[in-house]
Write a protein that binds this ligand. Structure first.
Ligand code: P6P
Length: 335
């Protein structure tokens, strides 16, 4: 029986790997872990506590009943605010950055970009959802942190991770020294190391894309989808099509089994749908650290300029050989 190692024990042991240790990162990740446990609790009883779907219902205090993604957003922001290490939160749920200026956060150096509950439209039908987060260090040196601190390229990330609220709740993260996965043991309320040094297979037999948009895809994407469907025993094709509609769940499966996830530009979404800052960049950092590849079809995701908080990007991400194949077909037939 392997020795049980909690997330907290792991971070302390690995603190030497984190350039700005001194416990700051330990505090950040443990704050995120606490919020994740609270969200886990609500996600897992969502159908019972009237926390589903639309606004309009009232709780006992006459307040609007929170949609689960709003609830999750509040939990992460509250944990980061009280933790004192975070000076800006960029959230999918908030148009503007949240500047944290409190006594406890006066020396805070970190920016967190977060999608608090990605895929939340799935929650009402009991399909797994996730949280995605990125950690940056502020570049401005004194006074109030600035918007520019929140508009850093993906290569500047100090850490990135996701929580997937599925058949079990897992936290997977990287600080640039590989990827490690922790499974929540609700009986002790701890994330425990369950998937050390995760590596994505260099090729797989799963492709994940919403083929309902086929008519709107660029020709290169159409050609790649047909490539996946051709019978060719030597390359284990046709591949399997697996698409949950929840990025964290699709990417977590492909990280473990191998595969490619694609959300390309379409005629209706000419810049793509997924958001660069709190979806594409963190997932690209994690997948690259696991030995995979992530691009917008031509440019490495982590190298893309970040011009606005909620900008969108196309994304081709997963097993390196599969992403390279897709990029080659985009290059030949058009983006
Ligand atoms: P579509 C969920 O809404 C999300 O942001 C990602 O989690 C998911 O991969 C994608 O959108 C699904 O989008 O257009 O295929 O429903």
């Amino acid at each position: 029986m392997a020795k049980l190692q909690t997330l907290g024990q792991f971070i302390v042991e690995k603190q030497k790997d984190f350039p700005y240790a001194k416990g700051e990162f330990t505090r950040l990740i443990s704050d995120i872990g606490i919020a994740a446990k609270i969200v886990h609790r609500e996600v897992n009883k969502a159908g019972l506590v009237n926390i589903l779907g639309e606004h309009g219902t009232q709780n006992t205090h006459g307040e609007d009943q929170k949609k689960l993604d709003v609830f999750a957003n509040e939990q992460f922001i509250s944990a980061l605010r009280s933790g004192g290490e975070c000076c800006i939160v960029v959230s999918e749920e908030n148009d503007e950055p949240i500047f944290i200026e409190s006594e406890v956060s006066k020396d805070a150096k970190y920016i967190i970009a977060i999608d608090p509950l990605d895929g939340s439209s799935n929650i009402d039908v009991n399909v797994s959802v996730g949280t995605i987060f990125s950690v940056y260090r502020r570049k401005s040196v004194n006074g109030r942190a600035t918007l520019e601190d929140a508009l850093q390229k993906g290569t500047e990330q100090l850490a990135a991770g996701y929580i997937v609220y599925g058949s079990s709740t897992m936290l997977v993260y990287t600080t640039g020294n590989g990827v490690n996965g922790f499974t929540l043991d609700p009986s002790i309320g701890e994330f425990c190391l369950s998937h050390p040094e995760l590596k994505i297979p260099s090729k797989g037999t799963i492709y994940s894309i919403n083929e309902g948009n086929y008519v709107h895809f660029p020709l290169g994407v159409k050609k790649y989808i047909k490539y996946c469907q051709v019978e060719d025993e030597a390359s284990s094709r046709p591949y399997s099509s697996r698409y949950i509609g929840s990025m964290v769940s699709d990417l977590h499966r492909n990280l473990i089994k191998g595969g490619i996830f694609i959300y390309p530009t379409t005629s209706q979404a000419p810049k793509g749908k997924l958001r660069l800052v709190y979806e594409c960049n963190p997932m690209a950092f994690i997948i690259e650290q696991a030995g995979g590849r992530a691009s917008n079809g031509s440019t490495r995701i982590l190298k893309l300029d970040v011009d606005s908080l909620h900008q969108r990007s196309a994304i081709f991400i997963g097993s390196a050989e599969m992403v390279l194949q897709a990029e080659a077909m985009l290059n030949e037939f058009g983006y």
